[in-house]
Structures are given as structure tokens and as C-alpha cells.
Design a protein around this ligand. Structure first.
Ligand code: FMN
Length: 184
């Protein structure tokens, strides 16, 4: 994988078990020469520490709407500006619902509304959650809104059952990211 011109990806990490796989996505993108800025939801920090993503991306993680380093505009404005692709992984049921409804009560949801670039969502959740009509309605609405999806795949889930809902593997997510950046 190689990326000649320095594209900028904002990698928004949601609060699901699959967040640990997003560390690999971050590392591979950086090794490909992509400028990666990580943003995390509050829940995501319970799964992987911001220090991990800061070390892998080589820059501080954005995790709050009111961080003083981003005044006066706010981090959602600064992060969205100049981003070539917004990637949300794992895209939790909560984030899909918030995005679909246009709600913005934290950094990642506000960033989604502020983004003017393409958006790639990598959902991850239990098969039961993924199958819920409400979640599928949100997915359809987001597709209609122009969002791109990768996965979820079928396979082993952290709830110790098999089914559709497993986040796509880092290799597949990175390939989809490169493909979107190349299409620009
Ligand atoms: C151990 C554990 C694992 C979870 N895994 C998922 C998951 O894979 N997908 C999901 O949508 N929610 C999952 N949740 C629930 C989310 O963490 C919860 O809905 C949270 O509010 C999501 O916040 P966020 O969307 O702002 O990141 C999990 C919760 C716990 C405690």
C-alpha cells in the first residue's frame, strides 16, 4: 500500500470492542504516508486509551468539544477543515443513530455534521443490534445521505456468538480508505 500525495484522514473512534482493531488501521495508514488525525468518543476511551492513538498517529487525539487548544473555533471546525476523508470505526449503533438524526452532542457527532468530505463508516455491533429495524433504518438513511459503508462482516462476535455485525478487518478498511482517497 502506498500513498504518494499526503492525504488527510480524520479517524473517529467509537465505543465498541472493535476499537482495538482501529489501532492497526491507524498504524497502517500512517505507515502509508497518510496524515491521520484521531478523534475519540468518550466511550471509545474505555476501550483503547488516547495515548495509543496519539503514539500511532504522532499527534494529540481530539476527544472533547471544549478542549482549550482549539479555541476560538472549536475542534470540530478545525478537524473538518482540510480533511479528505472522515472514517468512523467502529461506527456504533449510537453513532449511526445520531448521524442519521442529525444530532450533535459531542465532538464526533458534531464533526460528522461539519464534515464536507466523503464519510466512510465501519459499523460493529452484536448481530442482534445490527438486525434491529431501527439500526437498519438509520443505515439506509445514511446511505441515502451519501455515506459509504464497509462491512459489517459475518463472523465471531465479542458476545460469543457468530453472525453479521463484526467490524471489517483492518486490511479491508485500509484498502477502502486508499480507494476513496485515490478516487478524489
Ligand atoms: C463491553 C462493551 C462492548 C460494547 N460494544 C459495542 C459494539 O460493538 N457496538 C456498539 O454499537 N455498541 C457497543 N457497546 C455500547 C456502546 O459502548 C454504547 O452504546 C456507547 O454509548 C457508545 O458511545 P459512542 O457511540 O459515543 O462511542 C458496548 C458496550 C460495552 C460495555
Amino acid at each position: 500500500m502506498s500513498q504518494t500525495n499526503r492525504s488527510r484522514v480524520t479517524l473517529a473512534v467509537g465505543g465498541g470492542i472493535a476499537a482495538f482493531k482501529v489501532a492497526t488501521v491507524c498504524s497502517r495508514l500512517v505507515q502509508s504516508g497518510i496524515d491521520v488525525q484521531v478523534a475519540m468518543t468518550e466511550s471509545a476511551k474505555s476501550f483503547v486509551g488516547p495515548a495509543t492513538f496519539a503514539a500511532l498517529s504522532g499527534k494529540p487525539v481530539a476527544a472533547g468539544s471544549f478542549e482549550s487548544g482549539h479555541w476560538p473555533l472549536g475542534p470540530h471546525i478545525e478537524l473538518a477543515d482540510g480533511t479528505d476523508l472522515l472514517v468512523v470505526a467502529p461506527a456504533t449503533a449510537n453513532l449511526l443513530g445520531q448521524f442519521a438524526a442529525g444530532l450533535a452532542n459531542d465532538l464526533v457527532t458534531t464533526l460528522y455534521l461539519q464534515a464536507e468530505c466523503p464519510v466512510l463508516l465501519a459499523p460493529a455491533m452484536s448481530h442482534v443490534m445490527w438486525s434491529k429495524p431501527a439500526v437498519q433504518r438509520n443505515v439506509q438513511r445514511l446511505i441515502d445521505d451519501g455515506c459509504h459503508f464497509i462491512g459489517p462482516d459475518e463472523g465471531w462476535l465479542s458476545c460469543r456468538r457468530r453472525g453479521e455485525g463484526r467490524m471489517s478487518e483492518p486490511e479491508a478498511i485500509c484498502a477502502a480508505i486508499i480507494s476513496h482517497l485515490s478516487a478524489d
